[in-house]
Design a protein around this ligand. Structure first.
Ligand code: BGP
Length: 472
């Protein structure tokens, strides 16, 4: 059947600064947090590769952006790298040369008929602020971030009409300080939740600044809220497990962004477990007064949970999974390369939930995509990667999204991760996500994949053909 999106719905793509640009020409002392993560833990990054060269997009953007347009990208979400744009982190002065680079970047998008969407942080916290203040643990870093945001709004607000404060603000505190998965691999929940809170406050500060400046356009934030699915919703133990997981991995960021307050259960459990951050009246005012215009939702896989086993060990530092266990659902579809479940219906469920519980606020699928290993083996005689699996993946996700939109969900776009192959945290270039290939065997040559032609047709007609979707 044919799916048609309404006018105003835009198909686009994304890519992160540090995962694509490469660290060319950076000033000494201007490294960012992902660079540090790589430097300190190189041996655990796939094939020892990190963000130093990445996709070399900083130097090749004038070649890449026309390819993005050939792949049908109509709206493009990229981000400033705080450590490039700002020259002196304390004084918040702008680095004119780098500011000019980003200005040219925006012009290049516009000249190619692509609407620029700008995000202010995709984890590129300056290493200097991490070392000096423990990053977002400090309110001073929040002040510096808000000042950085002000400089960006001033500089590019003439051409950029859609802004986002952060990309996935939960990820660094969660993976680095709560779960202990990424360097520095710590289990310090109090610190993790403080970082998270200050990133929530920083979001509100940036929104307030944007509005005070009277800039035309919209501002929001990009989250990766987990869509939590209980093993058996009718079982009270499973339902409670899901409720807690939802409070920590959906509500903790979506609620303050859209409703201006945290879920009560989140605060209650943090307090019970000695992890509640300092909370001021000014924070409360800020959050209430500065909710988002638009919500970005990055979605890759659902979070399936079940009731916690009896007698689970709670002797170590607090972790939200004291209240639930992951549920490994038999028969689930997997992307074996990334180890993530493929469950496109979540986009429908997320859309309906936003419609029902969040005032049907304008939202965008700000990341969705499929990382595949060894894509060279799918090359045809002309060397073009025949990534039909990616086309099917996108189409099925779009089909569920379209159903939500038809039923009134206020979704305005779908951005594929990613425009071009790039460097993942830890997995580096193992799994490829791009519509455009980066051929690492041949001087990082670029080539459109088969999916690019399909994407172009879909974006330009705002429609596509796919099977009718049914309840899985
Ligand atoms: C999201 C990030 C992206 C991207 C994506 C895919 O969390 O916002 O930048 O990396 O995940 O995941 P990965 O690169 O780990 O395979």
């Amino acid at each position: 059947m044919r799916y048609q999106f309404p006018e105003g719905f835009k198909i686009g793509a994304t890519g992160a600064g540090w995962q694509m640009e490469g660290e060319f020409g950076k000033k000494a002392g201007h490294e960012h947090f992902p660079h540090l993560m790589y430097q300190m833990d190189k041996e655990n990054w796939y094939q020892g590769v990190g963000p130093e060269v990445a996709s070399d997009h900083y130097r090749r953007f004038q070649q890449d952006i026309p390819l993005f347009r050939q792949a049908g990208i109509l709206q493009y979400r990229f981000n400033l790298d705080w450590t490039r744009f700002i020259d002196d982190f304390e004084a918040c002065t702008v680095n004119e040369q780098e500011a000019e680079h980003y200005s040219k970047y925006i012009d290049c998008l516009l000249e190619n008929g692509i609407e620029p969407v700008l995000c202010l942080e995709h984890w590129e916290l300056p290493k200097a602020l991490y070392e000096r203040y423990d990053g977002y643990a400090s309110r001073h870093t929040v002040d510096l971030y808000a000042e950085y945001a002000r400089q960006a709004f001033r500089r590019y607000g003439d051409r950029v009409k859609m802004w986002f404060c952060f990309n996935e603000p939960i990820v660094i505190p969660q993976l680095c300080f709560l779960d202990g998965s990424w360097w520095p691999k710590l289990h310090e929940p109090k610190r993790a939740f403080l970082w998270m809170h200050h990133k929530v406050v920083a979001t509100a500060r940036a929104i307030e600044t944007f509005r005070q400046l009277g800039r035309e356009g919209e501002i929001g934030t990009i989250l990766n809220p987990s869509y939590v699915v209980p093993r058996d919703a009718a079982n009270p133990g499973d339902a409670y497990a899901a409720k807690v997981a939802d409070a920590f991995y959906w509500g903790s960021f979506v609620d303050p962004a859209v409703k201006g307050q945290y879920p009560a259960l989140y605060l209650e459990l943090l307090e019970q477990n000695g992890c509640l951050f300092d909370w001021t009246q000014e924070d409360e005012r800020l959050l209430k007064a500065n909710t988002v215009d638009v919500l970005g939702v990055n979605y890759y896989q659902p979070m399936r949970v079940k009731q916690k086993e009896e007698g689970a060990d709670r002797s170590g530092p607090f972790h939200p999974n004291w209240y639930f266990d992951g549920y490994d659902m038999p028969g689930k579809r997997m992307n074996p390369f990334r180890g993530w479940e493929i469950y496109p219906k979540s986009l429908y469920d997320i859309g309906k939930r936003i419609q029902r519980e969040y005032g049907n606020i304008k939202w965008i699928v700000s990341e969705s995509g499929m990382g595949v290993q060894n894509e060279q083996k799918y090359k045809d005689a002309n060397g073009v990667i025949q990534d039909d699996y990616r086309i099917d993946f996108i189409a099925e996700h779009l089909a569920w999204l379209s159903k939500a939109v038809q039923e009134g969900s206020n979704c305005h776009g779908y951005w594929l991760f990613a425009s071009i192959d790039n460097c993942s945290p830890y997995n580096a270039f193992k799994n490829r996500y791009g519509l455009v290939e980066v051929d690492r065997e041949h001087g990082l040559e670029r080539r459109l994949k088969k999916s690019a032609a399909w994407y172009k047709q879909t974006a330009e007609s705002n429609s596509f053909c796919f099977d009718e979707v049914r309840e899985p």
